[in-house]
Design a protein. Structure first.
Length: 93
């Protein structure tokens, strides 16, 4: 099993997504989505959990954590470093 390291930028992105959904009047959906995305990230400790080569961010590794959100990461033999959460329609950078 690998160690999953969440960067501050990842946490900031996730919190901003949650805040937008809360502002739309659905705090339960915001919490559910936050927990769902971070739960998918936690599964990256298993090297067999699906991830893909970067389609949104070239030369990165991506996790499709939700239909609308992709997590950007990189990894080595021991650690998965999680950098960002992006809406699939957002342009990079």
């Amino acid at each position: 099993m690998k160690r999953v390291q969440r960067t501050q930028t990842y946490l900031d992105d996730l919190n901003a997504i949650e805040a937008r959904i809360i502002a739309q009047g659905n705090p339960q959906a915001a919490t559910d989505l936050w927990l769902h995305i971070d739960g998918q990230v936690e599964l990256l400790a298993d090297p067999n959990h699906p991830r893909r080569r970067g389609l949104i961010v070239p030369d990165a590794i991506e996790l499709v954590a939700h239909d609308n959100y992709v997590v950007i990461l990189d990894e080595d033999d021991a650690t998965v470093t999680v950098w960002n959460v992006l809406h699939v329609k957002r342009k990079w950078p």
